[in-house]
Structure formats: C-alpha cells, structure tokens
Design a protein around this ligand. Structure first.
Ligand code: ATP
Ligand code: ZN
Length: 676
C-alpha cells in the first residue's frame, strides 16, 4: 500500500480517488499496451478492461515484456492481465481481459459508455477510427497514441471539447496506377505490391466467381469498354483454372507458365504499350530453362549490375561469377539474394504449402501476413521472379518482409515513454482540468525530446464528431426498416430539426423556420443505402435481415445535405420493453451544417513545435502530424458531401476499378491493399 500512499500524496486525494474509481479501457495489448497496463496498475487504477484480438508471437517478446516464451500462442489480453496484476498485488485491482476484436457488435455505444476513459494502444487506422467514433458517440474521452521508431505521440480527444481523431484529414496512402502494377513495373515495390495484393489474392484469396461475373456484366451494361471487359473475364477464368489445379503435381508449374510466360508474352504483343519513352520491355521467363540452368536473365534496367540473381555475373577484379555466388551464399539466410533458380524453387515450394493449407482448411481464406512464412515466401519468390523478368533489382527475404509488411522498427523505450505520457494525460483528464491536457510528441532532438502542443477545438466540418448519435434500443429481429423510416425518421426525428443541441458549436440557424414536411431523408448503414425517398424496396425487411445488428449504425441524412447526419447506434433491446424499440425521451437537436468550414483562430501558442513528429512518423502512428494540425482547415478539407463520413467508418468508399494498388503508410497491418 506504500506505493499507493505515495501516489495519493502526489495526486491529491480527490484525483487519486478518481484514479481508483474510474473504469478505464485499454485497446491493444501490444508494444504500447503492455507498458501502459503495467503503468496503470502501478499508479493505482483499479478497474481496467483490456481488449486485444491477437495471440502472442515469438516476435513480440523483445518488447512486449509481459509475455514470456511459454506464452507463445496464448491470448495477449489474458496473458497481459495475468502478468500485470503482479506489479501491484495488494492494491485490489480488477483487470478484466477480453480476447476479441474491438469492432465486434457487442462492443457497442452502451459498452463504451461504461468507461470513464478509453486509451488506444493500437497499430491500425481502421480500429483507431472505430474507437474514435464510438467514443465520440458516447462522449467518453479517448487518449490516442502511436510510436514509429524513436518518435511517438499522445493525443487526448474529448467530444465537444477537443478535436477528434478524424477532425483532420490523414495523409493519403501512396497509390500506384493500375498499369504500373499490372503491366509496367519499374521498381521492386511495384513487384512486391503485385505479388502481395494481386497475385496472392487471385490464387489464394476469396474466390467469388458469381460476384466477379455480376460486376463485370454490370460494367458492360453501363457502357464500359466491351473488349476490355471481355479480356478481364478471360483473365479471371484463366486464373480460376490454374487455381483449381494448384494442388496437382505440376500445379505450380502451370501458374508459373501462365503468370511469367503467357501473360508477359501477351503484354509484349501490345506494341503501343512499349512505345512510351523510357518503358522497358519485360522478358518472358522460361520454366525449363531456369530448371536446366540455361536461363539468361535480361540486364538490369539501370545502374551497375550489382547482383547475380542468376544473371550473368560480370568478371570483376578477377573474381569469377562462382566466387561471387559463394560469397553471397555465406550471408545470413534472410539477407542473401536468391538466384533465379532459388526463387523458382521457393515459388514451387510455397505454392505447394499454401495450396495444401487451402485444401485442408477450405473455410479459411488465406491472406498475406509478414509473419506467416508460407505467405512471405510466396511473395518473396513471385516478386523477385517478376523483377527478374522486368530487369528490376531483386530483394532479399529480409527486405521483402520489411517492404511488404511496411515495417518500421518498434523500439521498446519509445513505447515505454509514450505509455508513461498516456498515464500523465489520463490523470489530467480525470482531474477535470482539461486545460492541463496536451498533445505530446516524442521528437528526435536529444536536446528537446518532448514537444507539447495544445489541444485543438473540434473542426466544425468534421463528419464524425459534429454528427449526432442516438442510442437505439431495438429488437432487430422484429423491427422492419419501414417502421424505422415511418415512425422514427419521419415522425420522431424532425421535431429536433434545426435546433442546436450544443454539439455543433452553435452553427445552427435557430431562428429560421423549417418546414419539416419538406425535408426528405435517406437511410444508410455505413456506405450501403437502405432507403431514400424513391427507394422503399427494403421496407418489409427486418433490420436483422438487412444485417443492421448490434454495434452497427443506421445513419439518417437529409437529401439536400443541409443538416448534420444522425446515427442511430443499435444496442440490445430493453429487456422490459413492450415495444420493438425504445427511443430517448426527446429527439436530439439537429443543427444545420455550417455553410463554410471555419478555420481555427491563428494562435501563435498553437503553432506546432519546431520538431514535432514528421510526416512519415505521423503516417506510421496514424496520428496527425503537427504541421497538419496547425494548418488552417480549408473548406472542403473534410467533406461536406458525405465522403469523409463514409471513409471515417473505415469503409473504403473509393470507387472500385479506379486504382489498382494502394500502399497504405498508416501503420496498418494490411498496409498494401489492392482495389480492383
Ligand atoms: N481491432 C482490434 N481489436 C483489438 N485489438 C487490436 C485490433 N487491432 C489491433 N489490435 C491489437 O493492437 C496491438 C498493437 O500492438 P503493436 O503495435 O505492438 O502490434 P503487434 O502486432 O503486437 O506487433 P507487430 O505488428 O510489430 O508484430 C496488437 O496486439 C493488436 O493485436
Ligand atoms: Zn472530429
């Protein structure tokens, strides 16, 4: 108890009592999460819930110090909770671990309302945005955090008092044009994206033939180029055929010949494609020639021929190609460049391993994971074989893992410092003195390692924290969409139209008369439109049939986009209720949207610290670079047309088939994605 007495003396008994009594949630039990949990326990937080979806991996042990070797494959949340208790055994703390995804339906607005404070220790944008939205909907303060190498950031967000995670547009993921990935790669990363996000998916990902065909038919009906569509259909059919034969003895050879010989030969036949200045023609790879050692690879497109890769090795200083190869083979396995034959062998072997997994576990859809050797080997081999065909330098296993996994070294000390800063901000928020809370940056300047930056007000144009949220207790198996539209949207909701409920920074024009009869509504679930004034096909369906279940939101927007969107957060029905749904006693005020986004005052105090987190680091942590925070928010930075609302759901609203590959630099696990 001595330790806690000291903490009490430091914090004062009032704040200390809050620390003891406030239920807090930690999301993520990884690098930051382990440090944070230990800190919370040491400070005396006594009512902690921790959630993580993952199990412990060998690679976590170097920094996630609550885990030991025997814990490998066990739940992170459960193991972390058990280990952290020992840091303060006598303090009567309760740690409730949950092994699961924070995005699961049961983790709804009512659940989040049960906490006085939420702390994110996550590694991806999607989950961060989800928790941000939940906290905004429930009005629960959130402390967001992230680290990238030696840099890190802690930012408190609190509805109506500060900006939220989505108030400032995040850096756009780097994208590559379709044709660069599919036909004209010129850098190793193009080949890696192709292998990881295109080829892997075609051979081992979800195979929805009906959906593919339907989409292509629709595109054709909509007047898209018939020849191109025909070609896409043909390509899809060809992939399906080699995929179906993958488990056979010469399955990998068939894939190789399709992908590295036939497809490249077809590309070469498209003469116009190669007329573009600077574009280098690929060379089809010959399976048998590689096996027999007769294959002569094309020269590298630029720079000295510094590596062998099965290519003829230039004689340098009397060193023969064989001795160069031998020197190469002495290097560490993962850091050695593979010859073309070795890449081929790895391709065959990884194809066999993955296809055996597909056959033995047909219900599990395979996806690339940098820590899954089978998937990494496949991406390594296919990316390198493609690089060889295009005269691009190949990469070692280590490099491919880094590039495909978008790895920035995780440093235990950075995580520890950031976790300490989270607790300091938590105490500031609990002491009800929001003015004390700040954004804190860990910088690379040893003379001034910490940067402090004051909290920003909400962005009036933000489509997450300026929207309205209503808990909707409903029996989804009984309530139809028609009932929701007629009773809730048309009857109940308009009563609040135009009124400021204090949530929208007073931008409502309260005095103006609104003819509620004239306002027309549409209903969405995320990006799916369920009903609009001319579309009532779903009225007879229950919410359950429409897959609008606990944890999801029914979003109501007016057709003229004049008012804030209202999100009905689906929660479990009231057990004593006789109706199929229960609404709050009165409808929320629904202010008008601001006509123009208002830039925050240019306050010299709020200018960014000279060396706050740089843009790449901010991308990795998923947090806002200080430059972006200080930047005046231009009208249209966030959407006035619903685009950001949609994207902020973590749902990708980008039009399909526009962009082929997206390298997402936000630290997501799924950092390179392909949009077909
Ligand atoms: N949607 C989610 N729900 C619950 N936990 C999540 C969710 N998304 C990510 N996490 C957890 O957040 C933690 C983030 O920790 P960290 O950044 O150290 O990543 P890691 O996966 O442990 O390490 P690495 O990615 O470097 O191998 C992980 O334990 C991960 O499982
Ligand atoms: Zn916001």
């Amino acid at each position: 108890m001595t330790r806690l007495r000291q903490t009490e003396a430091l914090l004062g008994s009032k704040v200390f009592q809050k620390v003891r009594d406030t239920p807090v949630l930690v999301v993520g039990a990884g690098g930051i999460g382990c440090e944070l949990l230990k800190n919370l326990v040491l400070v005396g937080f006594s009512n902690i819930e921790i959630i993580d979806l993952d199990i412990i991996d060998l690679s976590n042990l170097n920094r996630q110090f609550l885990f030991r070797k025997p814990d490998i494959s066990k739940s992170k949340a459960i193991t972390a909770a058990a280990a952290a208790r020992h840091f303060n055994p006598s303090s009567g703390i309760k740690i409730h671990p949950r092994h699961g995804n924070v995005k699961e339906g049961q983790n709804d607005i009512e659940w989040i309302k049960g906490f006085g404070l939420v702390m994110n220790a996550l590694d991806n944008m999607d989950a961060r945005r989800h928790v941000n939205k939940l906290c905004q909907a429930a009005g629960v303060p959130l402390i967001e955090s992230g680290t990238a190498g030696y840099l890190g950031q802690v930012t408190p967000f609190w509805r109506d008092r500060t900006e939220c995670f989505d108030c400032v547009t995040k850096p756009t993921p780097k994208t590559f044009p379709v044709c660069t990935i599919r036909a004209t790669p010129s850098e190793p990363i193009h080949c890696i994206v192709w292998a990881k996000s295109y080829l892997f998916g075609k051979l081992f990902g979800e195979d929805d033939e009906a959906l593919d065909t339907e989409e292509l038919d629709k595109a054709q009906a909509a007047g898209e180029n018939a020849e191109e569509i025909e070609q896409l259909k043909h390509e899809a059919a060809a992939f399906r055929q080699v995929r179906a034969q993958l488990g056979e003895e010469d399955g990998p050879k068939r894939v190789f010949e399709k992908v590295f010989h036939e497809d490249i030969s077809k590309l070469l036949a498209m003469e116009d494609m190669w007329k573009v200045p600077g574009r280098v023609k690929p060379v089809p790879l010959g399976y048998d020639a590689i096996v027999l050692g007769d294959f002569v690879a094309p020269p590298l497109r630029s720079g000295p021929v510094a590596q062998t890769n099965g290519r003829p090795v230039p004689e340098r200083n009397g060193e023969s190609s064989t001795s160069a190869l031998n020197a190469n083979s002495k290097q560490l396995k993962d850091q050695r460049e593979l010859t073309v034959k070795e890449n081929l062998d790895m391709f065959i072997d990884s194809c066999r391993r993955l296809s055996a997994r597909m056959i033995s576990q047909p219900d599990i859809v395979l996806s690339f994971d940098k820590d899954d050797d089978d998937t990494l080997d496949f991406v390594l081999a296919t990316a390198n074989l493609r690089a060889i065909a295009y005269g691009i330098p190949t990469k070692t296993r280590f490099q491919v893992k880094e590039m495909a996994g978008n790895i920035i070294p995780a440093i235990a000390t950075t995580n520890a410092i950031i976790a300490g800063l989270i607790v300091m901000q938590a105490i500031n928020l609990l002491s009800s003195n929001i003015d004390k809370a700040t954004n804190v940056f860990l910088r690379s300047d040893p003379a001034k390692p910490l940067g402090i930056y004051k909290l920003q007000p909400p962005n009036p144009a933000c489509a997450v924290c300026r929207d309205i949220y209503v808990p909707f207790k409903v029996d989804v198996s009984k309530c139809t969409l028609g009932t929701f539209v007629d009773k809730v949207v048309k009857e109940w909701l308009p009563k609040g139209l135009g009124a400021s409920n204090g949530n929208a920074n007073g931008h409502a024009e309260e005095d103006e008369e609104i003819n509620t009869e004239e306002v027309e509504w549409s209903v969405y679930e995320s990006t799916r439109i369920l009903a609009d004034p001319d579309f009532n096909d779903n009225y007879e369906k229950t919410l359950e049939e429409l897959e609008v279940v606990r944890g999801k939101m029914l979003t109501v927007r007016d057709e003229d986009d004049q008012f804030r969107a209202v999100h009905f957060c689906i929660v479990a029905p009231d057990p004593n209720a006789t109706n199929t749904y229960t609404l709050p006693p009165s409808p929320p005020g629904i202010p008008r949207k601001p006509k123009k986004a208002i830039a925050p005052a240019d306050d010299s105090d709020s200018s960014p610290p000279p060396q706050a987190m740089d843009a790449p680091a901010a991308r990795r942590t998923g947090l806002t670079p200080s430059e972006a925070v200080s930047k005046k928010r231009a009208a249209g930075d966030d959407d006035d047309d619903g685009v950001v609302t949609v994207a902020s759901d973590g749902q990708d609203s980008r039009k399909k088939r526009k962009v082929d590959a997206v390298v997402d630099m936000t630290g997501d696990d799924d950092d390179i994605e392909l949009i077909e």
